[in-house]
Design a protein around this ligand. Structure first.
Ligand code: ACO
Length: 378
């Protein structure tokens, strides 16, 4: 049988962090449903859960929150490097470069074996990625980055560093839900990348840089910004049907934010984000983008092509509306995904440390039996 590629169905590791039942649209993190966590958890509690396979008590939570907040400062040379970049540099390229540079200022960057040291390093990276995201949003506007505060949760700190004002409770809660929903997702492409890098014995910063690179692509995390660009291109609710007919039914484009390798039913994260997107749209007084997204989803779900292939909105579809309503630049959508997924990446990196080299095989389909022709005779 022809190999469709993509390692579909291949099992890479035993994990305790998350389980996806794509046939029924179910997702759990270490035993808890994503619905329960989205309703109740802070991002820090999720991080603790992924690392320890249990929820933290009050003092463990406060300890972790404070550890991340205290180590979220980004070294001045990294901020200076970011300020030196052209402001039109894609934010994911900025993040990738900044995280790589952080390793030069991390005393434990080359400690490759101690899992406790690795955890502390992961907490630093978690806070620092948030600071880098907020700093870049200010740098592109010609503003000075704001240093993280030690008394805030990660979601609050992001909102604070972005605006330099006391973090708004509604915005912080929306960012927190987003971070909880995106924190971990089995053997997705970027997580797999971090595992492949780690399995060679390389350092955590290299693994996370690899993860950021994989997340950047539009088939993965880059789909959230591409989905928003698509909604903007559609522009008006009345344009949805003609746009769908021209570009999808009679064109060769894909609807960004629809389809998933594992989910062949509703992605539960998309359903949760849809409710948040609707609430934010109503409270902001601008529901146009939400309405466009809903109408496009309805057009797709009524179409036989999408029905036959079990194509439903994935997490990136409605998260685009949530992040846009929070007034984030479209270019920042995928870095925000990274700000959350560092939780899953780092948990997988630590689990993979000391594990066996990941090295699949390829099926050779090229020519055989050729003999060398001197260059002048070719
Ligand atoms: N719009 C239209 N058709 C689609 C879409 C889409 N968004 N997604 C898949 N299809 C079709 C394909 O054309 C293919 O049809 P065929 O069988 O007639 O050739 C079929 O559905 C299966 O698609 P594959 O590409 O084989 O599925 P795969 O599992 O490899 O890809 C992917 C999954 C990349 C997510 C795909 O659905 C896609 O490109 N979606 C749009 C981008 C996107 O939203 N990515 C984010 C994924 S979630 C995440 O990473 C956080």
């Amino acid at each position: 049988m022809a190999n469709k590629g993509g390692l579909e169905g291949a099992v890479v590791a035993d994990i305790t962090t998350s389980f996806i039942d794509g046939a029924v649209g179910k997702l759990i993190y270490s035993g808890y449903t994503i619905e329960d966590l989205a309703e109740n958890a802070t991002f820090e509690e999720v991080l603790f859960l992924l690392y320890n396979v249990r929820l933290p008590n009050k003092s463990e939570f406060e300890d972790l929150r404070a550890t991340i907040a205290k180590s979220a400062t980004v070294p001045e040379p990294v901020l200076a490097m970011m300020k030196s970049l052209p402001t039109e540099t894609p934010a994911m390229a900025v993040l990738r470069t900044a995280v790589s540079m952080l390793s030069a200022y991390d005393d434990d960057a080359e400690n490759l074996t101690d899992k406790e040291v690795a955890k502390a390093k992961a907490f630093r990276l978690t806070g620092q990625i948030t600071t880098i995201c907020a700093a870049w949003m200010r740098i592109v506007k010609g503003e000075e980055p704001v240093a993280p505060r030690e008394d805030l949760t990660l979601a609050e700190n992001f909102v604070y560093m972005m605006s330099s004002e006391e973090p708004d409770a509604t915005a912080s809660a929306a960012v927190n839900v987003y971070l909880v929903l995106l924190a971990e997702h089995g053997m997705n492409a970027s997580t797999f990348t971090t595992r492949v890098v780690t399995a060679t014995g390389a350092d955590m910063h290299s693994a996370i840089v690899g993860g950021i690179g994989a997340l950047k692509g539009p088939s993965h995390g880059g789909a959230n910004s591409e989905a928003m660009k698509m909604f903007l291109e559609i522009g008006e609710v009345d344009n949805v049907e003609p746009w769908f007919d021209k570009n999808i039914k009679n064109g060769d484009r894909r609807i960004m934010g629809i389809g998933h390798r594992v989910y062949k039913a509703n992605d539960p994260r998309a359903g949760i984000l849809k409710k948040h997107a609707e609430a934010l749209a109503n409270s902001s007084g601008n529901s146009k983008w939400f309405e466009i997204a809903v109408k496009l989803e309805e057009a797709a779900r009524a179409d036989q092509y999408f029905i036959d292939r079990n194509l439903y909105p994935n997490v990136d579809y409605y998260s685009a509306i949530v992040l846009y309503t929070l007034d984030l630049d479209i270019d920042m959508f995928t870095p925000l995904f990274a700000m959350s997924r560092i939780a899953g990446w780092s948990a997988h990196v630590i689990a993979q440390m000391g594990g066996r080299l990941i090295r699949p095989k390829a099926n050779y389909v090229g020519p055989e039996g050729l003999s060398w022709t001197p260059i002048g005779e070719r």
